[in-house]
Design a protein around this ligand. Sequence first.
Ligand code: NAP
Length: 282
Amino acid sequence: MIKLDGKKVAAAQDEKMAQRVADLKDKGVTPGIAVILVGDNSASAVYVRNKQRRAEKLGMNSQLIHFQADVTEKELLEKIDELNHDPEIDGFLVQLPLPDHIDEDRVINAIDSKKDVDGFAPENVGHLWIGEPQTKPATAAGILMMLDYYDVDLDGKNVVIIGRSNIVGKPVAAMMLDKNATVTVAHSHTKNLKELAKTADVLVVAIGRAKMINKDYVKDGAVVIDVGMDRDENGKLCGDVDFDDVESTASMMTPVPGGVGPMTITALMDQVIEIAEKRANG
Ligand code: NAP
């Protein structure tokens, strides 16, 4: 079984991305990313810090805008408007979840779709599904980047995706369809999930339930992508897939941690740099 090593792929991409940033700086353009964080959710703070560190490591401009949890929706929308018009910021995102008094949809919709590096705005979802992506949700883009690195050809393959969230399952489905895979999206109402999952040449699991997927769900030789970031009974970070149980059945599989996680930030940075490249080329 080949372990799909997200850290290794991310490091390889970082080298290329740092060079692209250097080339842009030679043309007088520094790629700029901003992240808006609201409140003190500790998981969100870790994600945001990791994004900032990576951007700085690559030589990009990185801005953190941190609001207290009681920020009004109006104040947040004003900041978004400011970033929409800031020529130095190529892309920005609002770290979710937001406090209950703020309407997440209204916030996402307020982001200029060209700077919506999370790819969550309805306009960008539409672009993605018609096969003309403008920006792509980073986790999904990172998964495709990882498969490409390991030469996993999706053409004609049966893909089963377990999980239909807007941030993972659905965008992965759109991107894999575009690569000519035959895609099935399963969820909590799916009947005979084990039998269905066993038809997959490539099984993508984004459920949020620790180690739910064991070898009974996996065809011999399948490629298994585990998006889950869960805690096991001892509080240790683990995925949705029981890695030890599936190891002898899968041909390739992502570990957790060290699989899809590092690819998400890589894909995000790649996207910001791509927008900056468009800016540099007028
Ligand atoms: P989500 O919005 O909660 O969606 C979970 C999906 O799983 C839903 O479609 C749900 O079905 C389905 N599901 C739940 N229980 C199921 C079951 N027993 N059988 C079949 N399907 C079931 O989750 P998400 O945001 O996509 O995240 C999924 C996991 O990925 C989480 O562990 C999250 O932390 C992780 N994640 C990791 C990254 C990363 O960068 N590594 C990024 C994003 C998310 P219904 O739609 O029917 O409810």
